[in-house]
Design a protein around this ligand. Structure first.
Ligand code: URA
Length: 206
């Protein structure tokens, strides 16, 4: 079984780490998924973006942020003038957590135990990529790195020192896709706020 000791000596590169993560059985999520969705992007990126977990499309295609949330992220990055190709994109949890509704797989928020089990992979990715700026997308990624007291509404968009880099928390693109006018959520406003946070992260790289 996987233990954190596996990372006592960090692997020499991301490809080795990816190969190790492919066989991860540290939590039960590997049972019913296509596989570990490891990070992708520039190996020496100055910007790392951390999402929650792969969705249905990401699990099928085995790459992060390639489904609807990924398309919205791409749109926002474009508008903020941040190149996704220069960044490294990964998730706090690397297997898809879902329940079945008929044949459909419906996203379930990962549990603290899933985040904990997966943390060594994220830490090792960060140790190898060594970014200047870390952007957390959504409450799960924010809490995974900043602790359970993290409050997305109050803290999003505010850069803060974190270990030896700058962390910028922002909302998750899926929250924009789910924007509910009945709850006072305006999609365009949320998108503009998301772009502003991405721009903040981009400007820290200058
Ligand atoms: N949502 C995430 O948090 N990550 C993905 O990779 C896709 C959707």
């Amino acid at each position: 079984l996987f233990t954190t000791d596996q990372h006592a000596d960090p692997p020499p590169d991301l490809e080795t780490l990816r190969a190790q993560a492919a066989g991860c059985t540290a939590c039960e999520l590997h049972h019913d998924t296509t596989g570990t969705v490891f990070g992708t992007g520039a190996p020496q990126a100055r910007l790392v973006m951390v999402g929650e977990q792969p969705g249905d499309q990401e699990d099928r295609q085995q790459a992060p942020f390639v489904g609807p949330a990924g398309r919205l992220l791409d749109e926002a990055l474009d508008e903020a003038g941040v190149a996704r190709d220069d960044a490294y994109v990964t998730n706090a949890v690397k297997h898809f957590n879902f329940r079945y509704q008929g044949k459909r797989r419906i996203h379930e928020t990962p549990k603290a135990g899933h985040i904990r089990a997966c943390r060594p992979w994220l830490d090792a990715e960060l140790a190898l990529v060594k970014p200047q700026v870390l952007l957390t997308l959504g409450a799960t990624a924010g809490k995974a790195l900043l602790g359970s007291s993290f409050r997305i509404t109050a803290e999003r968009g505010e850069p803060r020192p974190w270990n030896d880099l700058t962390l910028v928390p922002t909302i998750h693109p899926s929250a924009i896709l789910r924007a509910d006018p009945a709850r006072g959520q305006d999609r365009d406003e949320m998108f503009a706020g998301f772009v502003a946070d991405l721009r903040t992260a981009g400007e820290l790289l200058a």
